[in-house]
Write a protein that binds this ligand. Structure first.
Ligand code: SF4
Length: 610
């Protein structure tokens, strides 16, 4: 058997067998496999074995860049152990691989136009050296990269930039001969990106095994991909832009702004609108086609002068709005001065169908893909095989408490409740030796609780801020880690923020407190999603509301125990975790204790183990 490691762990063996079986049957499979099972090797190795046998390509899709490294290392080990030369390419977004200056801060649509215009105008030296008349430079580089074995995208970027070759094109050239390609979901699920990629790689979806890692994120990411928005803020910026560049579209932009303003009259929070409510008034002004064409032209002209265009961004919204597809909710929303018209996608299967209908086989896995039947429904693969594994870590290493004393339920939010939550968080965190992460449903709740927490917490507290970039995130984690190791520390963040998933701090975290239940805002978008899933599957509340919130909570809690040697406490601080509707979502093997006297549990647990 082709396997990257010396030994196959017992449960990992079952995982390998389940994957091999699904591949043999050419079926899709959904796998719930908690951290510690060795998922990457357990899934990748059997997929690669079949790919080598049948001349297929394995796409390993992940929403996290850090996961690329694990895949590359697995292939490296496999090559070494079996004396193979399996080529593995790592693809990250073109914008992040671009060798031109200052492209990383550009909006994606602007960057796409920027790159296109440089390439078409033969103005990018890096492209010329990769695909143009000087392509020998690119070919030589790729030959040498081949010999060096699997390389991370960053390494390819450095090497290619030094040789004045476009790093993105160099990565694609490597991927042409690769048996394993690690990439973001979008490379496969975005139809245009996929078509362009497969055209360049000369590959066919039918000849690909698709592995989706962290599959619990797939539905949300795909809905996001198809959702488009138009706000009064963007309209204002677009009008300023038109004036600055003196393009003759101001009247059209003002008309769109007027229609948007009229739609928002009387809207306190949000309201459903129909396609015609936006289209018909615009059609009276000018043909919709003509409007799109003139704005598109203006956007292109502006992008040729500067890297981004707000006018160009409006075109995408206008194009999507006129499509009459089912599975969307059209909503106008007001938040203070900000008015946003959203064409919100409710149906991830709009993007998965073609992929899953065509690919050789798909493996969708996650440590929180529970229940797998829900993902089979909403991803549109009702006949997929399904399997679930228990956590391989000893339950004795983990103290799991539900403390039913407080809640972040909207109707119960008040100063007294925030004080209670803050004091409990501080008291619990004071009792945990080492690092503690505390997750709140939103920044708003976190900030309301903060002063009560800080008054009582005896060690150093760190705070996540919204929209942190990669470097800021790492700096905060480094400071927190140092302090946690020296004298204990707490990091206060939000459930769906930068640290809720994908963070491994071996030996640092001794506790996680999930303060409150991170349910989505009870707004129109959420209720439309509930109604939609109710209509399709009869399970709107579970699929659109309860399970996504519990998945976030369990992901947050999972930061604490990352290996069989880790020991720690995970605390769910909200009365609702004890309710059957939510409690039934916890993994069945968890030994959960519901108690108000958490002191009686924490003391002996840490006293015994530390
Ligand atoms: S061709 Fe490559 S280097 Fe040139 S602009 Fe596009 S991504 Fe950047």
């Amino acid at each position: 058997m082709l396997f990257s490691h010396e030994d196959v762990r017992p449960t990992q063996g079952k995982l390998v067998a389940a994957v091999a079986d699904s591949l043999k049957k050419k079926k899709h499979i959904l796998i719930h496999a908690p951290t510690g099972l060795g998922k990457t090797a357990g899934v990748l190795c059997p997929a690669l074995e079949l790919a080598m046998e049948r001349d297929l390509t394995v796409f390993f899709l992940t929403s996290r860049h850090t996961q690329h490294k694990i895949v590359l290392e697995t292939v490296q080990k496999l090559n070494k152990k079996h004396n193979l030369n399996v080529v593995c390419a790592s693809l990250i977004g073109k914008k992040w691989l671009c060798a031109q200056d200052n492209t990383q801060t550009m909006a994606s649509a602007d960057f796409a136009e920027f790159c296109k215009s440089l390439v078409e105008g033969d103005e990018c030296e890096f492209y010329r050296n990769a695909r143009g008349k000087n392509n020998l430079i690119g070919k030589r580089l790729v030959e040498s990269l081949h010999k060096e074995g699997p390389l991370a995208a960053e390494q390819v970027m450095i090497r290619a930039t030094n040789e004045r070759v476009c790093p993105y094109e160099a990565s694609l050239m490597l991927a042409e001969t690769a048996k394993v390609i690690v990439a973001d979901y979008y490379y496969i699920f975005h139809p245009n990106i996929r078509d362009s990629l497969f055209g360049k790689l000369k590959k066919k979806l039918e000849q690909c095994i698709i592995i989706v890692d962290e599959g619990h994120n797939l539905p949300g990411r795909l809905r996001e991909l198809l959702t488009t928005k138009l706000s009064n803020r963007v309209m204002r910026l677009a009008i300023q832009e038109a004036k600055k560049f003196d393009v003759d579209v101001i009247a059209s932009l003002v008309e769109i702004q007027d229609v948007l303003n009229k739609l928002s009259v009387g809207v306190q929070r949000d309201k459903l609108v129909r396609k015609e409510d936006f289209l018909v008034p615009l059609e009276k002004f000018k043909s919709y086609e003509e409007l799109i064409a003139e704005l598109d032209l203006a956007g292109e002209m502006i992008r040729s002068e500067q890297k981004r265009s707000h006018i160009g961004a409006i075109v995408k919204f206008l194009q999507d709005w006129r499509s009459g597809r089912d599975g969307f909710a059209r909503i106008i929303k007001r938040e203070g001065e900000l008015v946003t018209l959203t064409n919100s996608c409710l149906e991830p299967a709009l993007l998965t169908k073609e992929v899953f209908d065509s690919c050789y086989s798909a493996i969708i896995m996650s440590g929180t893909l529970n229940p797998t039947s829900m993902y089979a429904d909403i991803l549109g693969i009702p006949n997929a095989l399904q399997c679930s594994f228990e956590s391989p870590f000893p339950e004795v290493n983990k103290l799991s408490l539900i403390i039913p004393k407080t809640t972040t339920k909207y109707a119960m939010r008040n100063e007294r409740m925030y004080e209670n939550i803050g004091l409990h968080c501080a008291d619990i965190a004071n009792r945990i030796p080492g690092g503690v992460m505390i997750f709140f449903p939103s920044y708003n709740v976190r900030d309301s609780v903060e002063k009560y927490f800080s008054d009582e917490y005896e060690k150093t507290a760190f705070f996540e801020t919204p929209g942190m970039d990669k470097a800021a995130k790492q700096r905060l984690l480094d400071k927190f880690t140092k302090e946690a190791k020296e004298s204990g520390a707490a990091l206060l963040g939000v459930a769906a923020g930068s640290f809720g998933e994908g963070i491994d701090l071996p030996g640092v975290l001794k506790g996680v407190i999930v303060a409150g239940l991170p349910l989505d805002k009870p707004d129109l978008e959420t209720s439309e999603l509930i109604a939609y899933y109710d209509k399709l599957f009869g399970k709107g509340w579970e699929y659109a509301y309860t399970i996504p919130a519990m998945t976030k909570s369990i992901q947050n809690a999972g930061r604490c125990i990352r290996s069989e040697k880790d020991r720690g406490a995970i605390i769910f601080l909200d009365v609702r975790y004890a309710w059957p509707r939510y409690r039934s979502c916890f993994p069945s093997e968890w030994n959960l204790i519901v108690t108000e006297s958490y002191q009686d549990e924490l003391g002996p647990f840490f006293g015994r183990l530390f």
